[in-house]
Design a protein around this ligand. Structure first.
Ligand code: HEM
Length: 453
């Protein structure tokens, strides 16, 4: 009798969430904590944290609780209880250059904006976007310095390509000096949002970013009246005319803010995805050949909307590149109320992070996670379906990437044309030196030999 009661009491105490202070703390180095390790090797850093459990405190920019594994991802992203604020997680990074960004809105504003923004990603709009990408990709690929027998630095070329696609498809601009100026302003705002030093002082990145944002705002404002007056196929115009099911629309300021943020959200992420795909395919010529055979079997030189669903093997390769090198290695939030996870209390106001890159490399969920194996995404194996939150390069829940299908189309449209024109390779044994934070990119620009077919 006594023993049973004691056991019940012990069980009750054990099930009580432990206080925040008992969450394992990984101190890292004096003063800088875990920041250098996080910047150098976010996967290794998360794996080192995981040695202490699935709920771990560490200091990167500030003390953060990292929640690890698919259940943690689900708890944070599929947040029906309203435990987490996306605004709290992102505002430090994006408020100065991207005020009003949808990613930094919480409900009910987030829901309101998302319902309207969805209108710019409806099927009829997507068909036009992919149609309009074709000639830009064609023109830019035609200007690549290939066939010289010397490697070309791929990363800057991909960056210029995605910027030119954005100028055309987002803004409705032709390639030329105006698009170049906008693209440069845009690069400056992106660099500011990712800058580690956040002070708006010349000549720092934040200062350049704030100045570039002013230019972009003026540029968008000067075109608003025209975009409002006519429905055109570009994203800017679509956003001006987008309506929610209840007929709500964006104000002029909201259109401008969303446009600038959308360009930022689309740009480095898609550039990163394309770069890692090129790298993976350059190292795995047998996969490159398979994808080329698929591309050559499609009838048209430019990918059409109806071809997208047929690019099955390109999609596996894209998914695998995003699994191994997710452009966003971690996703920040702030606890909006007291909650508990994994047996620990997480008080309101706590900065919380999840780590897609860590989940993507868990041997528990992925067969040989370090191996490049696109077939793991085939219907026969479907490893990404083993847990709803084991694969999350596009996040999940309410803030799930609204541009996921756009990115998918853009990557497939680029790859379709590239594979039909070039064979590409890296020297035997080459390993791309990689920077994963703030966004994945090669440190050496990825020298790659592109040979016309
Ligand atoms: C491979 C390319 C891309 C990747 C890996 C990616 C990744 C992500 C991730 C992880 C999030 C969620 C962030 C969070 O929960 O805090 C997100 C949100 C978002 N993405 Fe993407 N993205 C990509 C391309 C794009 C493109 C092409 C667009 C626009 C055309 C876009 C627009 C957005 C927007 C607007 C949000 C915020 C959505 C919201 O808060 O409701 N992204 N993206």
């Amino acid at each position: 009798m006594y023993n049973a009661r004691t056991a019940r009491l012990v069980d009750l105490i054990q099930r009580c969430p432990k206080p925040y202070a008992e969450i394992p703390l990984v101190k890292g180095l004096p003063l800088v904590g875990n920041l250098p390790k996080f910047l150098r090797d976010p996967l290794g850093n998360a794996q080192a944290l995981a040695l202490h459990g699935n709920v771990v405190r560490s200091r990167t920019f500030f003390e953060t609780v990292t929640l690890l594994g698919p259940d943690a991802n689900q708890f944070v992203l599929h947040d029906s209880a309203g435990n987490f604020s996306s605004r709290g997680g992102w505002q430090y990074w994006i408020d100065a250059v991207f005020p009003g960004a949808i990613m930094a809105l919480d409900d009910p504003q987030h829901k309101h904006h998302r319902r309207i923004m969805q209108g710019a990603f409806k099927r009829s709009a997507m068909e036009r976007y992919v149609h309009d990408m074709g000639p830009v990709i064609d023109e830019v690929l035609g200007s690549w310095p290939t066939g010289t027998g010397r490697p070309m630095r791929l990363f800057p070329q991909i960056k210029a390509l995605t910027l030119n696609i954005a100028a055309r498809v987002f803004m409705g601009m032709a390639l030329g000096p105006e698009a170049d100026r906008m693209n440069q302003a845009f690069v400056d705002t992106v660099q500011a949002s990712l800058a580690l030093v956040r002070r708006v002082v010349p000549p720092l990145a934040m200062w350049r970013g704030v100045r570039a944002r002013r230019f972009l705002v003026q540029l968008m404002q000067s075109r608003l009246a025209d975009k409002r007056a006519h429905v055109a196929p570009d994203l800017f115009s679509q956003l001006c005319h987008a309506r929610s099911e209840d007929g709500e629309r964006f104000s002029d300021d909201e259109v401008v803010n969303h446009m600038i943020f959308l360009m930022m959200a689309a740009h480095d992420t898609t550039t990163s995805a394309l770069t890692t795909m090129f790298y993976s395919l350059a190292r795995q010529p047998e996969w490159q050949d398979r994808l080329r055979a698929d591309a050559l079997a499609r009838p048209s030189a430019h990918l059409r909307y109806e071809d997208i669903a047929q690019c099955e093997r390109t999609e596996w390769v894209m998914k695998e590149a995003l699994r191994m090198y997710p452009p966003l290695t971690s996703i920040p939030r702030k606890a909006a109320r007291d909650c508990e996870f994994g047996g620990f209390q997480i008080p309101k106001g706590t900065p919380v992070g999840i780590s897609p890159i860590h989940t993507h490399h868990l041997a528990e969920w992925w067969t040989q996670p370090e191996a490049f194996d696109p077939e793991r995404f085939s219907p026969a194996r479907a490893e990404h379906r083993r847990h709803a939150f084991a694969y999350l390069p596009f996040g999940g829940g309410a803030h799930l990437c609204i541009g996921q299908h756009f990115a998918d189309m853009e990557v497939k449209a680029v790859m379709h044309q590239v594979l039909r024109r070039f064979r590409f390779s890296v020297p035997e044994g080459y390993r791309m030196p990689y920077q994963l934070v703030p966004i994945a990119k090669p440190r050496d620009g990825l020298p790659i030999l592109m040979q016309p077919l």
